[in-house]
Design a protein around this ligand. Structure first.
Ligand code: ATP
Ligand code: MG
Length: 334
C-alpha cells in the first residue's frame, strides 16, 4: 500500500442506487478498494435534510443501499462501510465548522442553489439542507480522506471542504486536517433516462441497479435520441443524444462505440440499431448485479450487522480527528 490513499465517499439512503451512481462513483470504488484505505458512508443524516417529514423513507433505504454496495462488488473486508448517524464525531465537527463558514458562502454553493430550485424550496428550505455541505466537509475531514471518487455535482462540496480545512488549519496553527481531491470518473454526470437533468433518485428519472429486464427495455425504448434524425439515412447528432451518452458510459468496447458514432453522424445507422446495442449492454451489465442484490436483500438483519461492524471501525478514526480539532481550538477534552 505504498501510494495508498484514504478514500471517503457516500450516498444518501433516499432510494435504491441507480446507473448514475454506478457510472459516477460505484465502479471506481470497487476498483480502488484493493490498494487503498476506503471508507463508504451511508449518509442518513444528510438524507434527512430534505426528507425531515419522512424519516421512515430514509431509514428503510439503509439496507437497500447496503445491498446495492454488496451487489456491485464492494467487499466489506476491504472497504469500511459505515452509517453517518452512528458516528457522533461527525455531528460535533459539523457544529464546530458551522462557526467558521458564512451564510453568504453557503448560499453561493452552485449545487445547493440548483437543488433548492429543483426541489421547489423557498422559505420552506430546511436549515439542515442549507448547511449540508458543511456536514459533508465534516464527514470528509473526520476520516482524513484525501481522495473522493464522486460525480461532478460534488465538486463544489470538495472546494468548500478544502476552504474549511484551510481555515481550521490556520486557526489552530497546525496541519490538523487533510486537503482532499475529487476523483471524477469518465462519466462525470449521467443524464436521466428522460435525457433532462442528471439521473437522480429524487427526480424519478432513474434506472436502478435492481431494474427488471422489462424496465430496462422500456427505458431504452423511450430514450431521447436526435429529434431531427427522421430517416435512417439522414445524418444524426451524437451530442445530447442520450443513447450515445449511455453507450459511452457503459459499453465495454469503446472502439465499437466510436465507429457507431461516425456511422450515425454520416447517416445510415438507425436509432433502433443503436438502442438494441445499448439494451444488450445494459441487460448484460445489470443481470448479475440484480441477481446478487435479490439474494442480499433477503436478509436485512445481516446487512445491518455488517453496517454495525463497519461503523464500529469508523468510530475510532472519526473520534480521533474530533479530539485533535478540539485540542487545536483549545477546548478541554473531557
Ligand atoms: P438524491 O436525489 O437523493 O440527492 P442522488 O441520486 O443525487 O440522490 P446521491 O446520494 O446524492 O444520489 O449521490 C451519491 C453519489 O453518486 C455522489 O458522488 C454523486 O456525485 C454520484 N451520482 C449521483 N447521481 C449521479 C449521476 N447521474 N451521474 C454521476 N454521478 C452521480
Ligand atoms: Mg444528490
Amino acid at each position: 500500500m505504498n501510494n495508498a490513499k484514504t478514500i471517503l465517499t457516500g450516498d444518501r439512503p433516499t432510494g435504491q442506487l441507480h446507473l448514475g451512481h454506478f457510472a459516477g462513483s460505484l465502479r471506481q470504488r470497487v476498483a480502488l478498494q484493493h490498494d487503498n484505505q476506503q471508507y463508504i458512508l451511508i449518509a442518513d443524516l444528510q438524507g434527512l435534510t430534505d426528507n425531515g417529514n419522512s424519516p421512515q423513507k430514509v431509514a428503510g433505504n439503509i439496507p437497500e443501499v447496503m445491498a446495492d454496495y454488496l451487489a456491485v462488488g464492494i467487499d466489506p473486508t476491504k472497504t469500511v462501510v459505515c452509517l453517518q448517524s452512528a458516528l457522533p464525531a461527525l455531528a460535533e465537527l459539523t457544529l464546530l465548522y458551522m462557526n467558521i463558514v458564512t451564510v453568504a458562502r453557503v448560499e453561493r454553493n452552485p449545487t445547493v442553489k440548483s437543488e433548492i430550485t429543483q426541489k421547489g424550496f423557498s422559505r420552506s428550505l430546511p436549515v439542515g439542507f442549507m448547511t449540508y455541505p458543511i456536514s459533508q466537509a465534516a464527514d470528509i475531514t473526520a476520516f482524513q480522506a484525501d481522495l473522493i471518487p464522486v460525480g461532478d455535482d460534488q465538486l463544489p462540496m470538495i472546494e468548500q471542504t478544502n476552504e474549511i480545512v484551510h481555515k481550521m488549519n490556520s486557526l489552530t496553527g497546525q496541519p490538523l486536517l487533510r486537503h482532499c481531491q475529487a476523483l471524477l470518473s469518465k462519466t462525470g454526470r449521467l443524464p436521466g433516462i428522460d435525457g433532462k437533468a442528471k439521473m437522480s433518485k429524487s427526480l424519478g428519472n432513474t434506472l436502478t441497479l435492481s431494474a427488471s429486464e422489462e424496465d430496462i427495455h422500456q427505458a431504452v425504448c423511450a430514450m431521447y435520441t436526435d429529434p431531427n434524425h427522421l430517416r435512417v439515412n439522414d445524418p444524426g447528432q451524437v451530442d445530447g443524444n442520450v443513447v450515445f451518452s449511455y453507450l459511452d458510459a457503459f459499453h465495454p468496447d469503446a472502439e465499437k462505440v466510436s465507429a457507431m458514432k461516425a456511422h450515425y453522424l454520416r447517416g445510415g445507422l438507425g436509432d433502433r440499431a443503436c438502442k438494441d446495442e445499448l439494451e444488450g449492454c445494459l441487460q448484460a451489465l445489470l443481470a448479475p448485479i440484480r441477481s446478487r442484490r435479490n439474494a442480499f436483500i433477503q436478509d436485512k438483519g445481516q446487512l445491518l450487522a455488517l453496517l454495525r461492524h463497519g461503523s464500529e471501525q469508523a468510530q475510532n478514526v472519526t473520534q480521533q480527528t474530533l479530539v485533535q480539532v478540539k485540542r487545536g481550538l483549545g477546548l478541554p477534552v473531557m
